[in-house]
Design a protein around this ligand. Structure first.
Ligand SMILES: *Cc1c(COP(=O)(O)O)cnc(C)c1O
Length: 443
């Protein structure tokens, strides 16, 4: 499958000398406002391996933040891209359209949650998709307010910073922010003050009370929610919470927008995480895993909402680029024929028991959570105090040993695992061994 040998190899320390050289060059050329998790510079990647310019081959538990779910340089995606790039690279869909864009929208309309008639529009990034979902929701309802959750992450543009919860690093000194955004508690079982058995009901009660008293239902265009929170720390809402929110939204003619940018495209063991919750959002945003690494994003939703906007109100120069569309069609085809949703569940069946066993052994692993190939552990001290220092130490030890892992969480104390769905299981197991060693080394 992949053109990189599926084997971990360490030939230098990580990062090695060539990566360090490039990193020095980078410092003189690239804004330091753009961060780096692991400064190894990549030469090739595929399957479950990222190979750096020093010849080290790292096991990939990150997928470039849930993007290369179908695999890096996935063969069918590469073929589709090659063919498209030789045919034409851009016309602008708003000037002279092409089939690939239409075909991606047909696919999205067909398999996103909701048995109703849908339309889609394509964009370049997750943030852009979320902004456009809010545009559609406000336009279609004629209402201004948007309700979002604690720990939410929706992007880095001005509106999506306003929707995002965490100040540092996403919002700090970047204000003023867009208005009419209201934040409510998330049903976060591990940190629910009265215990997780009360979480769904109490969080829903707080949600409805806050919206009623501080916003007014009739002013709310949409509730925007990640069905499993991504950057916020893979918080899985307490069972039933999202279904209650969805029901309440319907009762008040408020639109439910599911931000499936991170959870979508088989990541959680279903095509979309909303399916597991039994919710049918009015609008769904997608990006990350949609096109095997090419930049593409979408808003998909009820036809009457998506078609309510006047012609010319949505779009963008690059949105739905033909090469990205070709990549998306090949990604979708691959995920369908190779059952990548099943692959995500199989990854969970390997990783989850290992993570649970580690949590048994180490009391500082407070919580194991997530679904499919979107799993995380939350690291704590006494009384569940977040432990970002230990989290960083474990990540650094894993990196040195050749395992790419990412951190997350409002308190920076979550290690998250997002392996490519095509990762060979021997690499998955080896990655878990490295993780176990890294955790043990901080014990
Ligand atoms: C990553 C992410 C975004 C932003 O996507 P970009 O492509 O980085 O703009 C929005 N929502 C969620 C849930 C995400 O995980």
């Amino acid at each position: 499958m992949a053109t990189v040998e599926q084997r971990r190899v360490l030939v230098t320390e990580v990062p090695g000398p060539r990566s360090r050289e490039l990193h020095a060059r980078r410092a003189a050329a690239v804004s330091s406002g753009v961060g780096t998790t692991l400064p190894v510079y990549v030469e090739r990647a595929g399957g479950g391996i990222v190979r750096d310019v020093d010849g080290n081959q790292l096991i990939d538990f990150g997928s470039g933040i849930a993007v290369t779910s179908v695999g890096n340089a996935a063969p069918r995606v590469v073929d589709a891209v090659r063919e498209q790039v030789g045919a034409f690279t851009h016309t602008c869909f708003m000037i002279t359209p092409y089939e690939g864009y239409v075909a991606v929208c047909e696919q999205l309309n067909g398999f996103t949650p909701g048995g109703f008639e849908k339309r889609s529009a394509l964009f370049n990034s997750g943030a852009e998709a979320v902004e456009n979902a809010v545009k559609v929701a406000r336009h279609a309802t004629g209402r201004p307010a948007v309700v979002v959750f604690e720990h939410a992450y929706h992007g880095r543009t001005n509106l999506t910073m306003a929707l995002t919860a965490k100040s540092m690093p996403y919002k700090h000194r970047f204000g003023p922010f867009a208005g009419e955004v209201y934040r409510v508690p998330m049903a976060y079982p591990f940190r629910w003050p009265t215990g997780q058995e009360n979480c769904a009901a109490e969080a829903f009660e707080q949600f409805t009370t806050l919206v009623h008293t501080q916003v007014g239902e009739a002013n709310v265009a949409a509730v925007v929610v990640e069905p499993i929170q991504g950057e916020g720390g893979f918080v899985v809402p307490a069972p039933g919470f999202l279904a209650s929110v969805a029901r309440w939204c319907r009762e008040h003619d408020i639109l439910l927008v599911a931000d499936e940018v991170q959870t979508g495209f088989c990541r959680t063991g279903d095509w979309f995480a909303s399916e597991h919750e039994g919710i049918e959002p009015d609008l769904v945003t997608t990006a990350k895993g949609i096109a095997g690494g090419l930049p593409l994003a979408a808003v998909t939703g009820r036809a009457e909402l998506m078609d309510a906007v006047h012609t010319g109100g949505l779009g963008g120069t690059f949105g739905g680029n033909p090469i990205a569309c070709a990549a998306a069609l090949a990604t979708i085809e691959t995920m369908r024929t190779d059952d990548h949703a099943g692959a995500a569940r199989a990854i969970e069946s390997v990783m989850r028991p290992r993570l649970d066993a580690l949590a048994e052994k180490f009391p500082f692993i407070g919580d194991v959570r997530g679904r499919g190939a979107m799993l995380a552990i939350e690291l704590v001290g006494a009384d569940k105090a977040p432990d970002p220092a230990r989290t960083a130490a474990i990540a650094a030890a894993a990196h040195r040993a050749g395992l790419v892992v990412l951190t997350a969480g409002t308190f920076g104390n979550v290690l998250r695992f997002l392996p490519p769905l095509v990762i060979p299981h021997d690499l998955l197991t080896e990655g878990m061994d490295i993780l176990e060693d890294a955790i043990t080394s901080t014990g």
